[in-house]
Each structure stands twice: as C-alpha cells, then as structure tokens.
Design a protein around this ligand. Structure first.
Ligand code: ATP
Ligand code: MG
Length: 482
C-alpha cells in the first residue's frame, strides 16, 4: 500500500503525469478553444493522474454537442468512432492516444423503468455531481496552453488522499439511478485498493438486489476488471459481504459453510479466497483472467456435495464434476465466450486429479492423460493445484508441493521422450483408410480414437505394431457386427 500523501504531493504527481501527455492535450485544447468550447480532462483520467497510473486512454467532457465535436475533430483525428454517440460520447484516436469526449450530462432518471433519459447540460458542476464516485468526479480544464485549472467541487482529492470511495449524491439515490455503480464500487476496491465509505456499504447492503436490472454483459465486464485488479480478494469479499454476490455470483458466497465439529475443514469460502490469492502470487506472465476465475470457482461444487460421514467427518465426493457443471452454468448466464467457459470449467474439473497421485505411483498412462486432458491449460493447472493448498500443517504442505514437483518431473521426462504436447495416434487418417481399405467417414474417426486411447495407455508404438493393433481392433469389430 503506498504511503499516505498530502494534497500538494498528489497534485504535483498529477502535474507530472499530465505533462507526459502535454502535446496531445495542448493540441486538442486548441481545437476546442478555436470552436469556442470548454474542454476538461475528467473522471478516471484525473483520478489516475493523481495516483500516478494514467495510461494513454484519456476521458474528457465538454459543453460541445456530439455532432459539433464530430465536425471539429474530423480533420484532426487519426480515427474516429461513434459507438457511444447516443450517450454523447465521441471517440478519437490520435498519435497512440485514445480520447473519449463526452458532452456534459444532466440526466434525469425515470424512476419507473430507471432508464436514463439522456440529456445534455451546459455546466461542468452538473456533470460532475452525476458521476459514480467523488474520486471520479474531478476535472482539469484543458486549453491551448495545456492542463489548467483543477476543479474539485465534491471533495474528490480528499477521497483520493484517504483512499475512500464515496458517492457525490446520497448513495441510495445514485445506486437507484444506476445499479451498476454498486459493482463498480467493488471493482475499484480491487483496482485501486480503496475502501468504501460506511454510508456506501449501508447502501450496497440495502440496494444490492437492484443489481439484477443490469445486463449480463455489463456485469461480466466489471467482474473481469475486478478479478484483474490489484486486490481481487478484497473486491470479491465486499461483494459477498454486501449481498452483491448473491445477485451475480451466488455460488461464491454459498461456500460460507459452518466449520464442522472436528475442525477438519475450514470455511470453504475463506479457503477459496486464499487459493485465489496464492494463484495470483504464482502468476509469471501478468494477470491471468482464466486462472483467477478458476481459482475463485474451483470449489463451488462443495456445498452441493457435502456429506456428513457416519464416523464423523465430511466428504465432498465428485465436487469437481459438479463444480465444473456449475461453472459452465454461471459463466453461460454471464455470457462469457465459449473458449472462456471451456477453459475455466476444465480447470475446475481437473483441479483434484492430482490428489490421486499419492506417493508418486501414477502410471505413465495416468501422467499422459493428465497432460492430454489439460492440453493448453497445463501451465495454469500446475499453478491452480499448487495454489490449492492452504493447510497450516507445514509438513503436509511440503509433502504436497514435493509430490507436485515429482509429477512435473515425470511430465518433463515423458515429454522429452514422447512429444506429449500433442499426443496423436501412431497412424494418421490416411494410413488408417489405406490399411483398412475404407473411404473417409465416421469409421475412420472411430479407428483414430481407438489408436489414440492405445497411445495414451502404452506410449508410442512401432509402426508395424500399430498396424497390427489396428487390424486386431478391426477384426474384433467386424466379429461384433455380424
Ligand atoms: P477504467 O477506464 O479503468 O475502466 P474509469 O473510471 O475511467 O475506469 P470508465 O468506465 O472509463 O471508468 O468511465 C469514465 C468515467 O465516467 C468514470 O471515471 C466516471 O466519472 C464516469 N462513469 C462511468 N460509468 C459511470 C456510471 N455508471 N455512473 C456514473 N458515472 C460513471
Ligand atoms: Mg476510462
């Protein structure tokens, strides 16, 4: 966590950050000034400048209307897009920057359908008070000379200094107008590592059910940003504690199960958060959304499979199978891509397989299947399984890690011998057709799959041996069919 900063230090940091974009800011300031319009850098861009994390995406607000902006910017922009035009946003690409300029909003909310009636305003202050959080409601005027006056009518700077998320209006009103803001709070808790003001927490608890009015796509976009943030555990925990989780990700909070009488199983929810953090700590190529989703969801099958055993103790048989199904269902409801759903659910499905490894007595065949079933997910599966160890018993933890080291060694040995990354049958489709004298069709696939199973069980076969096995299978099959 960074050192607490003073206002002066924060403003100086922002100045430095903005100077790095001085050229483009002066340029666009000139375009708007020449047309007689005001222009302000606003929202996340001002916040991120204060926090020293400003990138090349810059957000602006102006009194110019969208059609005027399009006219003004046409000759200046390298590229222009109008996907946000009905909400007053014009997007512009210029020299590696992505600039989004939105006309001042002065929306009112129809309190029945709660759809915003998009209307444009003339005053900066009216625009700022309609924004989600005070830290996102600051502005810096942009002129032909570059960044100018700092506008902070809602105490945004103080909120940045104290690392607090609070709403400009009463939170109940704000969240009633747009419930997505509640999820954005959890997202910013993760991304910025800020905490939520007490009155905002109260409003989240009271208003959480309203989140159901938001489309799956918008929810998923916020969840991804949350999971990719600096502290997803804090963001998820806020969701679960406030009831937001019950609306969009109920399986996670449902893992809060009472600790059994023998204290053999810690709370599955706390365990999952710890696994998520440990998986993040094992990342070596930047934030990995698939791994983080899988770590969060790997045990969601546990509540449904929990059984008290006659001699005391608890079991969760097949929770990985049930969990993989639940993962698919939830991620489908959130409209994730097929690839994403397949990857996350396959990791959930495979997360327990290793625990059959015991004292390193897996056959070569079992090792091959592990690798083949994981496919391109293998590096993530290694991380997930290693992260999925939260025992406080040091000896037990060390034993598990050593067993996994051993499995990775076995995989490397076999891989060196056998090109494990792409286990294929020893004969290809053309050879199968030639040897059996059959045309292309489902039979070829059947033979191919038979040979692949054989390959997994026995490793690579000599060519003659493979032909012999194929013919044996073919004759047995013919006998069955007559
Ligand atoms: P990031 O770009 O990292 O996702 P951001 O804060 O810039 O974060 P955007 O979604 O780009 O978020 O929105 C830009 C600004 O628009 C915000 O900083 C905020 O001022 C305002 N804003 C965005 N969404 C909402 C909303 N649902 N309600 C009110 N204001 C919003
Ligand atoms: Mg932004």
């Amino acid at each position: 966590m960074p050192e607490p900063a003073t206002d002066a230090v924060l403003l100086a940091a922002a100045q430095v950050a903005l100077n790095r974009h001085g050229a483009v800011l002066r340029d666009i300031g000139r375009v708007f000034a020449d047309a007689g319009h005001q222009l302000y850098l606003v929202g996340g861009s001002v916040r991120d400048a204060l926090l020293g994390r400003l990138g090349n995406d810059l957000d602006f607000t102006t009194d110019a209307r969208p059609d005027e902006m399009q006219r003004m910017l046409r000759g200046w922009a390298d590229a222009m897009w109008d996907t946000g035009i009905e909400f007053g946003t014009v997007g512009v690409g210029r020299g590696g920057h992505r600039l989004e300029i939105t006309t001042f909003r002065s929306d009112t909310y129809d309190q029945v359908s709660r759809n915003p009636q998009v209307s444009f305003g003339d005053r900066l202050e009216d625009d700022l008070v309609r924004r989600d959080f005070t830290v996102n409601a600051m502005a810096v005027s942009i002129t032909p000379d570059g960044p100018g006056e700092f506008h902070d009518p809602l105490g945004g700077l103080e909120a940045v200094r104290t690392r607090t998320l609070d709403t400009p209006m009463a939170p109940e009103v704000s969240f009633g107008d747009d419930p997505l803001r509640m999820l954005r709070a959890a997202r910013f808790v993760s991304q910025l590592q800020f905490t939520v003001a007490p009155r905002v927490v109260e409003a989240l608890v009271a208003m959480a059910p309203q989140l159901s009015r938001i489309t799956a796509e918008r929810v998923a976009a916020e969840l991804d940003k949350l999971l990719l943030g600096a502290d997803p555990v804090a963001g998820i925990d806020l969701m679960v504690q406030t009831g937001l989780g019950d609306v969009v990700l109920p399986e996670v909070g449902a893992m809060r199960m009472e600790i059994d009488e023998h204290h053999q199983h810690k709370d599955v929810y706390q365990h999952s958060l710890k696994v998520l953090q440990q998986a993040i700590d094992l990342e070596d190529e930047g934030p990995d959304l698939v791994l983080r989703w899988a770590a969060l969801l790997h045990d969601i099958g546990k509540p449904a499979t929990r059984k008290l055993e006659p001699g005391g103790g608890v079991s969760f048989h097949h929770h990985e199978v049930v969990g993989a199904k639940m993962t698919r269902k939830r991620m489908r409801a959130l409209k994730y891509s097929k690839q994403m759903i397949d990857d996350v659910s396959q990791l959930v499905y495979l997360h327990l397989r290793f625990h059959g490894y015991g004292d390193g007595r897996w056959t070569d065949s079992a090792v091959r299947r592990y690798v083949t079933d994981a496919g391109h997910l293998l590096p993530r599966l290694h991380k997930l399984v290693r992260a999925d160890c939260t025992t406080r018993n040091r000896r037990r933890a060390a034993r598990l890690q050593a067993a996994y080291d051993d499995l990775e060694r076995r995989i490397a040995e076999l891989a060196a011998k056998e090109d494990l990354a792409r286990v294929r049958p020893d004969l290809d489709g053309n050879e199968i057709m030639r040897i059996l004298g059959i045309p292309p069709g489902p039979l070829v696939g059947e033979a191919w799959r038979y040979l692949k199973e054989l390959r997994l069980d026995r490793g690579p076969l000599e060519h003659d041996e493979a032909v012999e096995e194929l013919l044996k299978w073919w004759n047995a099959r013919a006998d069955r069919d007559v």
